[in-house]
Design a protein around this ligand. Structure first.
Ligand code: ZN
Ligand code: ZN
Length: 184
């Protein structure tokens, strides 16, 4: 079932001898959309894996970095925002039959399944922590004009609309009514 997931890394060549180590340096398509509503690594975007996988007594210890392009929209002006995201991973995957596997739940520590370690959840968790909840195209993005929706950065200096303050508009209406009354 995990066979098609490029983030379920085959560690069959690692062996179980403590101290043995393999390295993974490859770029794989992201199997899912990873991130937040406003900014995320899209499904299929290239994820660059730079990992060391070491055999320790209880399992396989995965350490290293994963990076990929995050794309989204500025929360103020909705212009496209792009950023390169890089996260660090340190995750132990328990070997089948190990004490660690027997004494932990799947959601506490990863497990080696069919000679594979699936690092997708680790990436999802870490990426969620580093991406901004409110991405900005630039720190001082002026956003959109609340009246006409034009991006203020593209508008003329001092862009504004002549309009009557709603409180004055109400007064003006009352005045009109009073005027009508005196006429009749
Ligand atoms: Zn912006
Ligand atoms: Zn405007």
């Amino acid at each position: 079932m995990a066979g098609k997931n490029p983030l379920a890394i085959d560690i069959s060549r690692l062996g179980r001898r403590p101290g043995s180590m393999i390295e993974v340096h490859e770029t794989v398509p992201s199997p899912s959309r990873i991130g937040l509503d406003l900014i995320r690594i899209e499904q299929g975007a290239p994820l660059e894996l730079d990992l060391r996988i070491e055999s320790v007594s209880e399992g396989a210890l995965v350490t290293g970095t994963v990076s990929g392009p995050a794309t989204g929209e500025c929360v103020r002006c909705l212009e496209p925002v792009g950023d390169e995201v890089s996260i660090d991973i340190t995750e132990l995957f328990a070997y089948p039959g190990s004490t660690t596997e027997a004494t932990t739940e799947e959601d506490e520590v990863g497990h080696v399944v069919d000679d594979r370690v699936d690092i997708e959840q680790s990436i999802v968790d870490a990426v969620g922590l580093v991406l901004p909840f409110a991405p900005l195209c630039r720190e001082d993005c002026a956003g959109l004009c609340p009246d006409c929706g034009v991006a203020l950065v593209d508008a003329e200096p001092g862009h504004a609309h002549d309009k009557i303050d709603p409180r004055w508009a109400k007064l003006a209406a009352l005045k009109d009514q009073a005027g009508d009354g005196s006429d009749g």
